[in-house]
Design a binder for this molecule. Structure first.
Ligand SMILES: Nc1ncnc2c1ncn2[C@@H]1O[C@H](COP(=O)(O)OP(=O)(O)O)[C@@H](O)[C@H]1O
Ligand SMILES: [Mg+2]
Length: 509
């Protein structure tokens, strides 16, 4: 039957063990045979909700109904049994195996003959039938690792369908696709609907969503802020619900900024392709905010600026010196500092002590050269950071840094990077996941830093942070700057349209 409620969430709440409430009494009805898009900014709770439907995690409260009956899905095996399948944000294919092997992996039992041997002919035939039924450009014998991403994704979906899935969850499937692959993918999803499948489609890109969805639900900060039939809403309304309008202007950006370029990025493209012809200029004493929904090239921009061997085309000039080929130490000597939210991967070393982490990167600062000899200076520096940034729990500098809470780790990292007195600070989500007091302190610190002569490239998906700190805000979408706003003319609605791809004009950035 088409159109009846196949899966419903009733008051689903999820509180993670660390106390974070990712979902707050979410109600949602998914109708049979329909494409239901779920949209929302990064961190809105989309993946959490999908993981609950697929039995990967348990809700803290609330319940699920499947086909009208209350049901519990304690593990993915149960989800698969009732015909629910999920394609994750990261593929789970084996690159060295062929298309057919990947598709049947986990379902091989079906192909064992009475002697327990695999019947390869039957296996190939069944996969071929499935591919032909959906009219896909795939060869069952190709090795998956050699296929372009778009085709790998089809294999991933076929693998899920192969388990007799009628209800398919696609978690940001288009995020990994090149623009030319997206159209094919969307027709494929429509085709699946014609085959009678029910599909949950997660995406940030409203053009795509409006192209294929029947229903749209917007999640924001863990809440369902609206479910609509596509015909009864429009892109602008959905964008406003996604990004929100209630921005509180608590502070204003520092007034020191002059039109005098420190960092110039010209026609920057990366081989991996997340960045495409990106241009931007950061002036001296300026905080330049870069807004965008995660996955539009921000991570690669940070990598290009911070990593040693990141290949790119185009120019990155700091005071007219090209950054290409510079080692991390040379970048530090040029006066660049980095803050990242990815504390334990890039910023701090979990198993090193608070002391070691607090002085890392300062080694080359002549003052701290041979820091073993100048250990006292190192200790002084660290004590200064701890006091100035109000780091709690760091009395014993020989403790491992991981013993600190996330907010306190971030304060050490911020302190360490700022005490360099950098010319340029590249801050990537500097306050993600930390408490309000620590956030306020870090914001004040960034503010003071530009007044003392530095410039900051602030990459963030926290609109409040961007609006309160930035002299200008640029919007990145699909690897390019698509819009620019100058303080105080921040029109959050319009910024949201740029972020979700509803508006695009790449002039004056
Ligand atoms: N395992 C986890 N432990 C703690 N917090 C988590 C965990 N997984 C996700 N979160 C947090 O829950 C919130 C929602 O995350 P997620 O469901 O991944 O959002 P989305 O998919 O919409 O980007 C985020 O704040 C995220 O940091
Ligand atoms: Mg997600």
């Amino acid at each position: 039957m088409e159109g009846h409620k196949i899966l419903s969430c009733k008051d689903i709440t999820k509180i993670y063990p660390n106390g974070l409430k990712a979902l707050d009494k979410v109600n949602i009805d998914i109708l049979n045979g329909q494409i239901h898009a779920i949209v929302g900014e990064n961190g809105a709770g989309k993946t959490t909700l999908m993981n609950i439907m697929y039995g990967m995690i348990k809700p803290s409260s609330g319940c699920l109904f499947f086909d009208g009956k209350r049901i519990s899905i304690p593990h993915p095996q149960k989800a698969i049994e009732i015909g629910i399948g999920m394609v994750h944000q990261h593929f789970m294919l084996v690159p060295s195996l062929t298309v057919k092997e990947n598709i049947v992996l986990g379902s091989e039992k079906k192909f064992r003959n009475s002697f327990g041997k695999l019947d390869f002919k039957l296996m190939r035939y069944s996969v071929k039938t499935l591919i032909e039924k959906l009219n896909l450009p795939l060869n069952p014998d190709s090795v998956v690792g050699n296929l372009p991403i778009g085709k790998q994704q089809m294999v991933e979906i076929l693998k899920v369908l192969y388990k007799r899935t009628n209800f398919l969850i696609l978690d940001e499937p288009t995020a990994v696709l090149a623009p030319n692959e997206i159209e094919d993918f969307l027709s494929f999803v429509k085709k699946l609907k014609q085959e009678g499948k029910t599909i949950i489609f997660i995406s940030h890109h409203l053009q795509e969503v409006f192209q294929i969805a029947d229903y749209i639900t917007v999640l924001r900060k863990g809440k369902n802020v609206g479910s609509f039939k596509k015909e009864e809403t429009n892109k602008e309304k959905i964008s406003n619900l996604m990004v929100g309008k209630e921005i509180s202007l608590e502070t204003e950006p520092p007034k020191s900024f002059k039109e005098n370029a420190l960092l110039k990025i010209k026609d920057l493209s990366t081989r991996k392709g997340q960045l495409k012809h990106l241009d931007l200029t950061l002036n001296k004493n300026e905080i330049l905010g870069l807004a965008g929904i995660a996955g539009n090239g921000q991570e690669e921009l940070f990598d290009v600026l911070s990593k040693e061997t990141f290949d790119y085309e185009g120019k990155i000039l700091i005071n007219d010196n090209e950054l290409k080929g510079k080692s991390i130490n040379e970048k530090r000597m040029m006066g660049i500092s980095y803050i990242t939210d990815d504390r334990l991967k890039n910023g701090l070393a979990a198993n090193r002590t608070i002391f070691e982490n607090g002085i890392a990167g300062h080694h080359n600062n002549l003052k701290y050269f041979h820091f073993f000899i100048n250990k006292n200076q190192g200790v002084d520096l660290l004590k200064r950071i701890i006091e100035k940034y109000n780091v709690r729990g760091a009395d014993n500098l020989k403790e491992k840094v991981r013993s600190l809470s996330g907010g306190n780790m971030q304060k050490i990292l911020v302190g360490r990077e700022i005490e360099h007195g950098p010319n340029l600070l590249v801050a990537f989500k500097p306050t993600a996941g930390i408490d309000i007091a620590a956030r306020k302190l870090i914001h004040e610190t960034l503010h003071k830093l530009v007044l003392s002569g530095s410039s900051i490239l602030l990459i963030s998906n926290d609109m409040n942070e961007l609006v309160n700190l930035s002299n200008r805000i640029l919007i990145i979408f699909k690897g390019k700057i698509v819009g620019q706003f100058t303080y105080p003319d921040y029109d959050i609605k319009t910024i949201g349209y740029y972020m979700t791809g509803l508006k695009e004009n790449s002039n004056n950035a």
